[in-house]
Structure formats: C-alpha cells, structure tokens
Design a protein around this ligand. Structure first.
Ligand code: HAM
Length: 450
C-alpha cells in the first residue's frame, strides 16, 4: 500500500471485479437531467435576452483561481473563513474553487483593463462547503451581472432593473426588493464603532451563540436570524444615519431612479450582506414564498474598492448574483415558469431494418423538424408505443411494402394542443414527403384552432 498521512492513498480504481463499486453525487451536489434541465436552459435563455437588451456581454472566468483572489471577499466572512474549497495543485499552487464571481470579475478587469463601463454577465457553478439543505448546496449555480468603471447611481438602478426585468420575464412576482447603503470606508469605520459600543452595552441580551461576533464581526450581528439577537439588532444604530453627504446623495438618487422606473423597494437598515467588499448600495430580493433561512434569491451591491485590492486601478463596480436553484424553488412555490419538456414533432417507425429511420430522422432534422426514432429493431407495437409516449404529432411508418414502393406512410397522431387528430393516414411517395408533412402540420394546427 502506498500513501502517507499527508498524501492519502487513492482508492484503487475498479476494486473487486465481481462487485463493481457504485457511486453517488457528493453531498450537497446534484445531477441536472431532462426534463428539469429544460427549465434551466429556458431560464438562461430568458436571462440572456434581458442582459443582451441592456448591453451586457458574457464573461466566463475559470472555475478555480489563485486563493488570493477570493481572500479579498473578506478573511472574516464565512464564505472565505469556513466554506472555501481550497487545494494545492501538483505544482503546489494554492488554489480555490470559486465561491462567487465578483472577485473573479474584478481580477479579470485588473488583468485585461477593458474600456469602461465594462458590463458583463456570467453563469455557472460555485462552491461553498455549507450544511446542505433545501436551497443551500455545496455546488450551486449563479447567474450574475456586473458593471465596472462607473460610480453613477443610475448604473445601480440599471443593474437592479435588469434583475427585476428578468423576474418579470419568467413570471415571478412575490420577490420584494430591499435596499440599503453601506456608505464608504469612512462611514463603515464610524458606524462600526457606534455599533460596537451599542452591542457591548446590550451584550447580555444577545443570543450566546452570537456573542463572539460582537468583538470581531459586529455587522454580522445585524443579519443574525436568532430571535434574541434580532431583537437587539432591531434597535441598533442605523448605518444610514452615518452616511457622508456624498453617499447619502448617491443613495437618494438610486431610490429616485427605482421610483421613476416603478421598481418597488423598501429600505432595510439591517441589510449588510455577508461579504466584506460592499460600499454604498446593497440590495437583496427575498422570495416571500421560501423559508426565511434561504429566501434570498438574489443579492448584490457596490464594491468600489475591490478592483484596486486585486491590483487594478481604482475602479468602482456594482452587480448582483442570483441562485438558480433557489430561483426555481421560488418559481415552484408560485407555480410559474413551468417549462414543458422538449418533445419530438415526428416519430419515425421503421420495421424494415432501420435504414429508413436513420436517413429520415437525419433529413427531417436538417430542415428544422424535431424528429426521433427507436433503436434496436423493435417490434411494430413497441415502436408505436414509443411514438405515443414521445408526444409526437405525426408518425412516419416504413415497412417492407413502403421500402419496395419507395413510399412512406404518414399517420397523424395528435394535434399540437394534445387533442386527438382527426386526419386519415396516407401513403405518399418518398420524394413528396416534406410537402405532405407541412400540409398535415397545417391541418393539425387548424384542427386545434391555433
Ligand atoms: P451571495 O449573497 O453570497 O452574493 O450569493 C448570491 C446568491 O447566490 C444568494 O442570494 C443565493 O441565492 C445564492 N447562493 C449562495 N450560496 C448558496 C448555496 N450554498 N446554495 C444555493 N444558493 C446559494 C454573491 O455571491 C455576490 N458575488 C453577489 C454580488 C455580485 N455582489 C455584487 N455583485
């Protein structure tokens, strides 16, 4: 056996040949398979359309980065301090699986120095070693958007409007928007002091499990879900009362912009977010239909110092990320965005050896028709059942008679709305098949009243 405590032995591949080992997805991760995957594809499509209309281009960054990139999220945050998947590669580089994308976007900006404003969107898997539960996973998926290079409050409004447009497009309604301002570095320092003083005075009322945060992360007290702590937080000094004139004006202009666009929102004084890089605007959309512990489906804000902290020029930025899994849970809870699985339009039944099914499906697909077939030379009955299950509107039947005569039998199965087709089957010469198909599709549509 090989292996030392610092380099654990790898399990032998294959193991006992008589009893192959079976594997499951690691805890907190999931396979995404049809038909659920159709919803993801449609969801991405809806976001791409909204991002495209608003002038955002797609950015893809690596799944892993130098761990230093993510350290800038805040050493004291749970995301960095407790939940990061970090590892050394074979050349001893200290890397981490990305827990979020904003730091990577800023790293990319500092590396490539694009012209500003740089408006990008992203999507993909992210990794946090969290206790898995509904709406909280170790590999989860985000869609996000960021605007770098402008401090204009209208850019904040544009980013928030992009998220609301997307929710509207997928039909999600019960997602109230909460906003706050974290001020600038000076504000945070002054506020931190005021908050600490207050919390020290109330330490006896804070839940014992939260008391150690008072010294090191007083802001974290504000988003504690524990009842005793929340009661203390409700009476805490408000950051908004410590804003400088410039940051207060910025916040005012953002709120004005949201009002002008008809985007309803409430100020939530305790909204400080779990990552350290935020300055000025912060916001969250919380799904009213989800459990309070996992109800934030989208979070974001400004991070005016992050590019600089990653070695770039001073560059303001604003953005958001939304969790796809949570978003879909909220869609389920509201009964919206139910995407039907893709189905074939035409099913080819071939009882003469399969060559016709091979060639016809290919030909139909090449002219834009969704066509499919069964494999393995199944019986006529089995192929008919497969055609029925597929939901296809038309079956094409090729047996030895059709092969000899150079024809195809076209059998209408159902209308596009699922109703029964009332059109007789017909046998047409192979060369006239496409024309016949188009005619029958039209008739089926007309029957269904569409
Ligand atoms: P975040 O609040 O850490 O912010 O994550 C954004 C969203 O990702 C959350 O609201 C949630 O929907 C989803 N999410 C986070 N962790 C998990 C998890 N373990 N399982 C399932 N979903 C999860 C950020 O990541 C910032 N980068 C957002 C941002 C962009 N700020 C400025 N620009």
């Amino acid at each position: 056996m090989s292996g030392t405590p610092s380099t654990p032995a790898r399990p032998a591949d294959g193991g006992d040949a008589a009893a192959p080992k079976s594997f499951r997805t690691p805890i907190g991760t999931h396979d995404l398979a049809p038909p659920e995957s159709s919803r993801w594809v449609a969801l991405l499509g809806a976001f791409i359309a909204a991002a495209d209309r608003a002038g955002f281009g797609y950015l893809q960054t690596p799944i892993f980065e130098d761990i230093g990139v993510f350290a800038r999220i805040g050493e004291g945050t749970d995301v960095v301090g407790k939940e990061m998947y970090e590892f050394f590669d074979r050349s001893d580089r200290h890397l981490a699986l990305r827990p979020e994308c904003t730091a990577s976007v800023c790293r990319a900006f500092a590396q490539h120095r694009p012209t500003t404003p740089w408006k990008v969107w992203y999507q993909g898997p992210f990794f946090r070693y969290e206790a898995p539960q509904a709406g909280r996973y170790r590999q989860f998926h985000q869609i996000g958007a960021e605007t770098l290079g402008t401090d204009d409050p209208d850019a904040d409004v544009e980013i928030i409007a992009l998220a609301t447009e997307f929710f509207r497009a997928i039909g999600l309604q019960r997602v109230p928007l909460l906003v706050n301002s974290m001020g600038d570095a000076d504000t945070r320092a002054a506020y931190g002091e005021a908050l600490s003083t207050y919390l020290q005075r109330r330490i006896g009322d804070v839940d014992p499990q939260d008391q150690d945060k008072i010294e090191h992360h007083p802001l974290r007290i504000l988003d504690s879900k524990r009842a005793a702590t929340a009661a203390v937080a409700a009476e805490a000094p408000r950051i908004i009362d410590h804003l400088s004139a410039a940051t207060a004006a910025h916040f005012e202009r953002v709120r004005e912009g949201l009002d002008a666009l008809g985007i309803e929102h409430d100020v939530e004084h305790k909204l400080v977010r779990g990552l350290d890089y935020y300055t000025r605007t912060t916001f969250e959309f919380r799904a009213a239909s989800l459990d309070a512990a996992q109800d934030t489906i989208c979070g974001g804000g400004r991070y005016n110092g992050l590019v600089e902290a990653l070695g770039g020029p001073p560059t303001p930025g604003i953005g958001f990320a939304l969790g796809i899994e949570r978003l879909l849970l909220a869609c389920d809870a509201e009964g919206v965005f139910d995407v039907p699985a893709q189905r074939a339009e035409v099913w080819v039944i071939d009882t003469a050896g399969g060559a016709a099914a091979r060639d016809l499906t290919h030909e139909l697909r090449s002219v834009g028709i969704r066509a499919d077939r069964a494999f393995d030379d199944r019986s006529m009955r089995a192929q008919m059942r497969a055609a029925d299950r597929s939901g296809a509107e038309i079956a094409l039947i090729v047996g030895s008679d059709e092969v000899d005569a150079g024809t195809v039998t076209v059998r209408p199965l159902r209308r596009p709305d699922g109703g029964e087709a009332d059109i007789a089957q017909q046998t047409v010469p192979r060369a006239e098949l496409l024309g016949a198909l188009r005619r029958i599709f039209d008739e089926l549509n007309a029957e269904g009243g569409t």
